[in-house]
Design a protein around this ligand. Structure first.
Ligand SMILES: *Cc1c(COP(=O)(O)O)cnc(C)c1O
Length: 342
């Protein structure tokens, strides 16, 4: 198989066409066979519930080519469980873990020539998606669902080096409701974050740090990424019903424990911000995205977290360790990787 003609180091986080995607349909109360497609479009009814009532959920995970030529996917079973949870959250049929894993392996193998080479910093991004297909005008869940997985090669997140960026907080916008869908990975949460997100970008911030939507007293998460802070020997991350349980954050908490740190998962009040030694957003895309300053757009408060303008030592160590495990360079003591032989 000929390697795809792609300048791996110039790749961003965009959509690059690949050869195949895989699909599976839920009809008559059961999931069918996995279908391989080379089409980049789907045919669906103009009244499908996904389009009108937001019945959709998705996942995002990455496959990496290691020095040993093997391909590693980081904790995919956690993504399978989470998309089952998200599907339940918006009343859709749940895919089985077995089917999820089979679809994932199939779509990676079929697109082998798009898996970036070791050392490029790039990876193969895997995007599972489930949508409600039944035509409905009245509000009611679909009977038929389409579960698909597409892949696309993506570049390294930090092109200009691993550097802190500034984030902002505001009480003007919420992305989710207190007992709403924040803990599910559904497109509707993203639609609800676009206005605030674009506003923040226009003002030069990389993200909005959302507050808890009920009291606006505690830190929640950074748009599409979780948030953590380091204080002394503690890794502190918000406990909240309205944030998405990030697999990266869960992994970083484990690594912090491995480093002998205390992990505190609790309410984190806004007033605690000035006591942070380090802070970062975390998620599959970046692993850790260190925070330089946090600006409160409502009060005008500005807190400098990264005092020398560089990522802190704990964030550096967490970032290097997690990346090393994903690439097979550091021993995977928690058996996080699913390893595919080619
Ligand atoms: C996907 C996502 C994250 C990050 O989760 P990971 O499993 O670490 O990639 C965080 N917050 C939200 C809202 C998300 O959708």
């Amino acid at each position: 198989m000929k390697e795809a003609d792609i300048n791996w180091s110039a790749l961003g986080f965009g959509y690059v066409p690949t050869d195949y995607n895989v699909r599976c349909y839920y009809r008559n109360g059961q999931w069918g066979e996995i279908e391989v497609s080379s089409s980049e479009t789907i045919e669906m009814h103009i009244a499908a519930t996904a389009l009108h009532y937001g019945q959709e959920c998705f996942e995002g995970l990455k496959a990496f080519r290691g020095k040993d030529g093997k391909v590693r996917v980081f904790r995919p079973i956690e993504n399978a469980k989470r998309i089952q949870d998200s599907a339940r959250g918006v009343k859709m049929a749940e895919i089985t873990t077995e089917k999820f894993m089979e679809m994932m392996e199939t779509v990676i193998r079929l697109n082998e020539r798009f898996i970036p080479p070791y050392g490029s910093g790039a990876s193969l991004y895997i995007r599972p998606l489930e949508i409600g297909m039944t035509a409905r005008v009245g509000v009611k869940p679909a009977d038929e669902y389409c579960f698909l997985m597409l892949v696309t090669p993506v570049g390294p997140y930090f092109k200009e080096g691993f550097k802190p960026t500034n984030i902002c907080l505001t009480r003007e916008y919420d992305r989710v409701a207190p007992k709403g869908t924040g803990r599910f990975k559904v497109g509707g949460n993203y639609a609800a974050s676009l206005v605030a997100g674009e506003k923040a970008h226009e003002l030069g911030y990389s993200a909005v740090l959302y507050l808890d939507p009920k009291e606006k007293k505690y830190l929640d998460e950074c748009g599409p990424a979780n948030f953590y802070a380091i204080k002394g020997n503690s890794y502190i991350t918000p406990a909240s019903e309205s944030i998405l349980p990030s697999i990266t954050n869960d992994s970083l908490m484990q690594l912090a424990r491995d480093f002998g740190m205390e992990v505190e998962r609790r309410h984190v009040p806004v007033e605690e911000i000035p006591t942070f030694d380090e802070a970062a957003a975390c998620g599959t895309a970046a692993v850790c995205s260190p925070v330089g300053e946090i600006h409160d757009l409502d009060t005008g408060d500005k807190w400098v977290i990264a005092k020398d303008g560089k990522p802190g030592p704990v964030t550096n160590r967490l970032y290097d360790t997690l990346n090393g495990i994903r690439l097979g360079e550091i021993e995977d003591t928690h058996n996080w990787n699913v390893v595919l032989d080619f």
